[in-house]
Ligand binder design. Structure first.
Ligand SMILES: NC(=O)C1=CN([C@@H]2O[C@H](COP(=O)(O)OP(=O)(O)OC[C@H]3O[C@@H](n4cnc5c(N)ncnc54)[C@H](OP(=O)(O)O)[C@@H]3O)[C@@H](O)[C@H]2O)C=CC1
Ligand SMILES: CCCCCCCCCCCCCCCC(=O)[C@@H](N)CO
Length: 324
């Protein structure tokens, strides 16, 4: 009897170990490290908020940094603020990401890129019924089409680079790019679009040692967020509040670490970690440990997701009841 118990215990211990070994053998793409020291990091939307924090962080870590945005004045201000806080000079380039020719010229003037961070973004939260089609188009154009323009412009140079070290293309999504949220129809659509782009692009560029990352911040205290809050529907704030508010510097740190470790999904807080597992789907996964966590917690996290929807629909129902 004792022998049977022992062999049962041994089997219980062996199965997860065998499963981990199996995952280690099959996870793709293979693990990678992407150094940024002395390499060229090109950050769009780098004159404000998360982009500015990323530029400062990358410069501090020894990268050569270029930031792109439209307003030259804001770019100059960002450059000065980075110089004052770090003593390092970043390069600036003005272009609208919606204009392919301007983006191509900007990318060419900046020189070969090792890490492209497509971070520019616009967001105006409204119920679709109250949102102008111009705002809808703007979010799709800047957040999604603008990102296509950047990748199309930068890819040839990244593929033909002379040093054969691994390079990265990173996209700034949002937790609203993992789950649709009240007030974010257009914004969520633009950010969900980035996921399709990222997954398909990773298939296409893996042979060139180019690694794609998708970053998913929660609400983050930035000039854009302050502007958004002036007219955001109350329900949007309540639902997004499930994940709290982060500082731009914290998001930048998580984002850069995710990029350097070649992670495909880069969550920024604990709720983001849960969301990444709950929405893993068929996304690429380099880490066998994360793959293991995804498999064993899938059922429980589906239940957690259903509970979140239950509370969100509760808030929506309450809101409508009060309005009547
Ligand atoms: N703040 C938040 O709560 C969250 C933000 N995000 C995402 O993070 C990214 C950065 O957000 P955040 O730092 O808050 O934004 P900010 O509004 O603070 O900064 C936006 C940056 O993008 C630039 N930009 C905007 N439109 C264009 C354009 N057409 N061409 C080139 N550059 C442009 C702006 O410069 P200029 O206007 O001069 O062009 C600015 O540098 C966005 O993609 C956003 O969706 C994700 C989750 C949460
Ligand atoms: C299964 C486990 C679930 C875990 C919790 C889920 C919490 C979801 C909260 C979503 C928050 C969305 C914020 C969008 C921020 C943003 O992008 C805007 N500020 C515009 O920039």
């Amino acid at each position: 009897m004792a022998d049977a118990d022992l062999s049962f215990l041994a089997l219980c211990a062996l199965l997860p170990i065998l499963f981990l070994i199996f995952l280690k053998l099959i996870v793709r793409p293979r693990p990678v490290q992407i150094p940024i020291k002395s390499r060229h990091v090109f950050i769009t939307g780098g004159s404000s908020g998360i982009g500015l924090a990323l530029a400062r962080q990358a410069a501090t870590e020894g990268a050569r940094v270029t930031i792109l945005a439209r307003s030259l004045e804001k770019l100059e201000e960002a450059k000065t603020s980075i110089r004052l806080s770090t003593g390092i000079d970043v390069a600036i380039v003005s272009a609208d990401v919606c204009d392919f020719d301007a983006v191509k010229a900007a990318v060419e003037s900046a020189g070969p890129i090792d890490v492209l961070i497509c971070n520019q973004g616009v967001f105006v939260a409204y119920e679709l019924e109250n949102q102008e089609m111009k705002e809808v188009r703007d979010m799709i154009d800047v957040n999604l089409i603008g990102t296509f323009n950047l990748v199309k412009a930068a890819l040839p140079g990244m593929k033909s680079r002379s040093d054969r070290k691994p390079v990265s293309i990173a996209f700034m999504s949002s937790q609203a790019g993992q789950v649709g949220i009240y007030g974010y129809t257009a914004y969520s659509a633009s950010k969900f679009g980035l996921r399709g782009l990222a997954e398909a692009l990773q298939h296409e560029v893996i042979a060139d040692d180019i690694h794609v990352s998708l970053i998913f911040p929660p609400d983050t205290d930035t000039p854009g967020f302050v502007e958004e809050n002036k007219k955001k529907p109350r329900l949007t704030s309540i639902i997004a509040g499930s994940s709290g508010v982060m500082q731009a510097d914290e998001v930048a740190k998580k984002a850069l670490n995710g990029i350097k470790s070649g992670s495909f999904f880069v969550p920024c807080n604990f709720e983001g970690f849960l969301l990444a597992i709950a929405t893993a789907g068929l996304s690429p996964q380099r880490s066998y440990l994360m793959a293991f966590v995804e498999v064993v917690s899938a059922g429980v996290l589906r239940i957690a997701g259903l509970c979140f929807q239950w509370t969100w629909y509760g808030s929506i129902e309450k809101w409508h009841a009060q309005k009547k």
